[in-house]
Ligand binder design. Sequence first.
Ligand code: ADP
Ligand code: ASP
Ligand code: MG
Length: 408
Amino acid sequence: MALIVQKYGGTSVGSPERIKNVANRVAKWKAQGHDIVVVVSAMSGETNRLIALAKAVQATPDPRELDVIVSTGEQVTIGLLAMALKDIGIDARSYTGAQVRVLTDSTFTKARIQSIDDAAMRKDLNEGRVVIVAGFQGVDEEGNITTLGRGGSDTSGVALAAALKADECQIYTDVDGVYTTDPRIVPEARKLDRITFEEMLEMASLGSKILQIRSVEFAGKYKVKLRVLSSFQEDGEGTLITFEEDEKMEKAVISGIAFNRDEAKITIKGVPDKPGIAYQILGPVADANIDVDMIIQNVGEDGTTDFSFTVPRGEYAKAMGILEGVQSHIGSKSVIGDDKINKVSIVGVGMRSHCGVASTMFRTLAEEGINIQMISTSEIKISVVIDEKYLELAVRVLHKAFNLDQAA
Ligand code: ADP
Ligand code: ASP
Ligand code: MG
């Protein structure tokens, strides 16, 4: 008998029929003698609908109130799933994040989990109930409802698994595992039976929407056994995220390709080339809680330099506003921006022991006439920024160039 946390995403609970299917799956695991905690997302499309509703009333929604609104999506699905389970004779109880007490900080719309009280869940499990928890949400010290950022139910699932010391966390979604890239873009993409934690962390941080980055971070920190599976298949092993490379791992140089459409680039031209400038530019951006991703500073010839960086597209207008204020202050020439860029990244632990990976990537893009605007690398990834209109082409040709459609 094991304690298993199962997380079901939006598509998996997207209709009453699908919720009943989830209930049947939960019942099957329960019948095998396991203790089950279920984390659910809102029905697919619901969070978008709620955000649009908020924006129809207030163009830039107040973050605290936005969290009050968007958290309701998950409150509906926990109740529905509890009813579906009771209907087939399984005792179950639903909880919002606040009722469990998933304690977070107060950064509305992207709060971080600080602790989880497992008392109520343990009591229910001991009494033979299935516990159902709303994903994506928590509560801060003052009792305000918070949410964890888009895709945050993954993080709720893994964090609950960590808090309960569960034997496994199963992420049920609309694909049967982690693929070499998004199968919606490249139909030849291949399911991986295993992926290392390091690679999964890179893929998620580079924009692969299959798992929210913080869920992978939690899995790493608390060594949660994490598996991605399909909620539409009866059987299947899905993809296991492993902490060690073992003999079962494929020996590919590149394991996957990630991309991020949610990027925008800002360049400050003609910045004086002297100490403290990077801080003067990025300090106010950080103070506004805007995440900066890639940063490039060119070496200038006339005592000035160009300074470029990328931010999430949703924060582009805000970041531009901040920099227009900073610009005159630091004596730069102008600020220009481009919110029609995307980032494409190749990821693989095999890169450590192979050379020529970058040149293959750059040659492949050059052959298609795709201009690279920015490059950044780490030991196991290479990322490039390109014009958004070439994104799908770039992902397809890179997938082919690195033979990702064939098993290594
Ligand atoms: P859920 O609602 O279940 O959380 P998401 O839409 O958040 O589902 O994530 C699943 C989707 O992630 C898939 O439908 C797929 O299009 C996308 N995806 C992106 N990259 C990958 C990848 N490398 N492997 C599998 N799916 C991926
Ligand atoms: N419902 C939230 C979202 O759409 C959280 C999630 O699905 O993981 O982002
Ligand atoms: Mg998701």
